[in-house]
Design a binder for this molecule. Structure first.
Ligand code: 5GP
Length: 189
C-alpha cells in the first residue's frame, strides 16, 4: 500500500488556516486532518473531540510524560499538541495527513520526520490580520495584542517553510494548497 504524506500548515492566528483546511477536505480525496489537544478553553460552538481535545493542564502534562505527543508547544500561554497514535496510523494507511500547528511544533515534527512538507499561510497585511482576529469576536483586546505579537515572531520563520500561500482570496489560496497536496501524491486535480 502507498504511504501517505505529512503536511504541516502554520501561520498567524487570523490568516485563515481553518477555512482553507475545511475547503481542502472537500477538494482533495484522502486528506485527514489531525485533531489537536489543547489546554485553552473551548470557544463558543467548538466541540470537544472535533475541533480540539480539550484537556486540563494536569491531564495534558500526564500525556506529555506518557510520550503520547508527536509534538507539543505553548502558544499564546496555553499548551497545544498533536497526539502521536492516530497520525502515524493514518500516514501508514496512505492518507494525506494535515497538521494545523504552530512553527515551534512544525520544527519539532520536521526534525523527527524530515519528509514532512511545511506550508505557511500568510494574511495580506498585519492590518488585515488584526481585522480578521477582531471580527471573530472571541478575544479580549489583550488577547488580540498577544496574538498579533506572536504573529510578528512567527513571520520571522517563514523562510524555514517549503511553501508559502498568501490568503488574500480564499478560492485562489485553496487552489494553491490543493496543488501542493496533489503534487505530493502525484495526482492531477
Ligand atoms: P487557536 O487557539 O486559535 O485555535 O490556535 C492557536 C495556535 O495554536 C495556532 O497557531 C495553531 O496553529 C496552534 N496549534 C493548534 N494545534 C496545535 C498543535 O497540536 N500543536 C502546536 N504546536 N500548535 C498548535
Amino acid at each position: 500500500m502507498r504511504t501517505g504524506n505529512l503536511i504541516i500548515i502554520s501561520g498567524p492566528s487570523g490568516a485563515g488556516k481553518g477555512t482553507l483546511v475545511d475547503r481542502l477536505i472537500t477538494r482533495v480525496p484522502d486528506v485527514w486532518v489531525s485533531v489537536s489537544a489543547t489546554t485553552r478553553p473551548p470557544r463558543p460552538g467548538e466541540i470537544d473531540g472535533k475541533d480540539y481535545v480539550f484537556l486540563s493542564d494536569e491531564e495534558f502534562m500526564r500525556r506529555v510524560l506518557a510520550d503520547e505527543f508527536l509534538e507539543w508547544a505553548k502558544v499564546h500561554g496555553k499548551r497545544y499538541g498533536t497526539l502521536r497514535s492516530t497520525v502515524e496510523q493514518k500516514i501508514a494507511e496512505g492518507r494525506q495527513v494535515v497538521l494545523e500547528i504552530d512553527p515551534q511544533g512544525a520544527a519539532q515534527v520536521k526534525t523527527l520526520m524530515p519528509e514532512a512538507v511545511l506550508v505557511f499561510i500568510l494574511a495580506p497585511s498585519m492590518a488585515e490580520l488584526e481585522r480578521r482576529i477582531r471580527s471573530r469576536g472571541a478575544e479580549t483586546d489583550e488577547q488580540v495584542a498577544t496574538r498579533l505579537a506572536t504573529a510578528v515572531r512567527e513571520l520571522e520563520l517563514v523562510d524555514t517553510y517549503d511553501f508559502v500561500v498568501e490568503n488574500e482570496d480564499v478560492s485562489r489560496a485553496t487552489d494553491q494548497l490543493a496543488g501542493i497536496l496533489e503534487s505530493l501524491s502525484g495526482k492531477e486535480s
